[in-house]
Design a protein. Structure first.
Ligand code: SF4
Length: 332
């Protein structure tokens, strides 16, 4: 069984936000202070998430990504990793983290069955790291990446949000860092998902600009033919054979026509798109009843959400309406 929307796109990739809380404060995601987080009893339990994933797998979901906020601030997160890794039909399990707590938890996560990591890191410069995140944790993040490499996680990728007039000096150093460690750096175009309405098209460093910087600073790049056209990143390799980079160009080169992703928020809402305005309340169904009939109702809700999915975000149209929740309460 597959989850196919009205545009013929099949959906096998579920992103699971396990918390809206975070231990850093990236300015393009949340304000420094005064953030209202979800009350704990509104957050799905690991058992509820596991039940939802088991149902989603019967509809063809195969790939899972654990996100936040920052997933590693969720207590006993390795327990959830263990539960999800044990579900028959799950072929791929990954986690996106800001890396601050990763070093201390890496072995436990690895033992629980996690292998794939994306570490969110925009700069290797301590002052700019503090400026972006309002925390002085760069050293911890870099140390965590080394620990994760030593333990054997792989692939490890770096996600860097490329904000214009701020992160230009980091584009080339990050790629060099990746080349030295066989880590793919993914540059993400700044998207209108922040909670303070800071986004502006003029603050988006686009893929073509970053490619020009990388070719100028390191060397020629060659596009790698799509292994999976539904994957959000376009990947390139340096022609000298050392290292690769990726671009998630949601603004300048939207990839919605191949989208295979749905998202579950930490408070149990199903979103067919990162920018969706409407959501489906799965928590109410999960907390309603148990048993096969109830599972079938949840299956219907998932199908219904996918069936109502739009063709894609409208960032580049005058109709664009920012989603009613910011990035930290949706998850990457
Ligand atoms: S913006 Fe929405 S439809 Fe487009 S790729 Fe992202 S999640 Fe899919």
């Amino acid at each position: 069984m597959t989850l196919v929307d009205s545009f013929g796109r099949s959906h096998d990739n579920l992103r699971i936000s396990v918390t809206d809380r975070c231990n850093i404060r990236c300015f393009y995601c949340m304000p420094e202070a005064g953030v209202k987080f979800q009350p704990r009893d509104q957050i799905l339990s690991f058992e509820e998430i596991e039940r939802f994933v088991r149902i989603a797998v019967t509809l063809g979901v195969r790939k899972l990504r654990i996100t936040g906020g920052e997933p590693l601030v969720r207590k006993d997160i390795a327990e959830l990793v263990r539960k999800l890794a044990a579900i028959e039909g799950v072929e791929d399990l990954a986690l996106t983290t800001n890396g601050v707590l990763l070093g201390a938890m890496a072995q436990e996560l690895y033992d629980a069955g996690l292998r794939r990591l994306n570490v969110h890191l925009d700069t290797l410069d301590r002052e700019r790291f503090k400026q972006i995140t309002r925390r002085d944790d760069l050293e911890k993040v870099l140390e965590s990446i080394e620990i994760a490499r030593r333990i054997g996680f792989g692939p490890i990728k770096i996600n860097a949000v490329a904000v214009k007039n701020l992160l230009e000096p980091d584009i080339v150093p990050l790629a060099r860092y990746g080349r030295e460690r066989d880590i793919e750096v993914r540059y993400i175009e700044f998207m209108p998902l922040d909670s303070q309405g800071l986004w502006d098209r003029d603050r988006v460093l686009v893929q073509d600009q970053m490619i020009a910087m990388l070719e100028g600073g390191i060397g020629p790049l060659e596009e790698i033919p799509d292994r999976d056209p539904r994957a959000p990143a376009t990947e390139y390799k340096f022609t000298d054979g050392i290292g690769r980079v990726g671009f998630i160009a949601s603004v300048s080169r939207p990839f919605c026509l191949n989208c295979n992703r749905i998202r579950l928020t930490s408070d149990g809402k199903l979103r067919y798109c990162l920018f969706a305005i409407e959501e489906t309340d799965i928590r109410a169904l999960l907390r309603g009843a148990c048993g096969e009939a109830a599972d079938e109702e949840i299956r219907e809700a998932i199908r219904g959400s996918v069936q109502s999915k739009w063709i894609g975000h409208e960032i580049n149209s005058t109709r664009f309406v920012p989603p009613p929740r910011p990035m930290y309460s949706i998850g990457g």
